[in-house]
Unconditional design. Structure first.
Length: 180
């Protein structure tokens, strides 16, 4: 999250893209052991930074930390990966539009090549389930349990699947942004 990318850190870039979406009112950034450094990088931005006390745990633990920091009046939960710098505000706007077209009641997930990607929007009515269930399967378990409530948005490219787990992934993102 703290790697340099296009004049910022990866996390700054991602937060700026999320903040650029008009439908997003609160941003919670969940960190691991590097929480102080991430908070310093995000200083001056309207975000809440919370630390996941179990940073080696599955993604669901981070989602739960984020849920705990959200205000009660949130109507939806946008889950964005911290290692997906290809994200653009326009993606969130497009997914938010589909969310609204479905009355704010459906889970909205981008899909490419039959695979679910990120970011995804989950109605707040599922927050309690996310807090208390799916220990073994994570967020995927919620999507599987509520298949009839999932709207899949076909995505033209695989960027919604691309994250950074390896040095080669980071090099790919540097090339995307015109820097090597």
């Amino acid at each position: 999250m703290l790697l340099p990318l296009a004049g910022k850190t990866v996390v700054e870039h991602i937060v700026d893209q999320v903040a650029g979406a008009t439908s997003v009112s609160h941003i919670v950034v969940v960190t691991g052991a590097d929480g102080k450094e991430v908070a310093a990088a995000l200083n001056g931005r309207r975000v809440v930074v919370v630390r996941n006390p179990e940073p080696e745990s599955e993604m669901l633990a981070s989602v739960r930390c984020g849920l705990a920091a959200l205000p009660e009046e949130c109507g939806a939960i946008l889950i964005v990966l911290g290692d997906q710098p290809a994200i653009q505000s326009e993606w969130i706007e497009k997914l938010g539009s589909v969310f609204g077209e479905n009355g704010g009641e459906k889970i909205v997930v981008p899909v490419h090549g039959g695979h679910r990607g990120h970011p995804m929007i989950i109605p707040a009515r599922f927050a309690r389930e996310l807090r208390t269930q799916y220990e073994e399967s994570g967020v995927r378990g919620l999507l599987d349990a509520h298949g009839e409530d999932v709207v899949r948005v076909e995505w033209g490219d695989g960027d919604v699947l691309a994250d950074m787990d390896l040095p080669s992934d980071y090099r790919r993102e540097l090339q995307r942004f015109g820097k090597e």
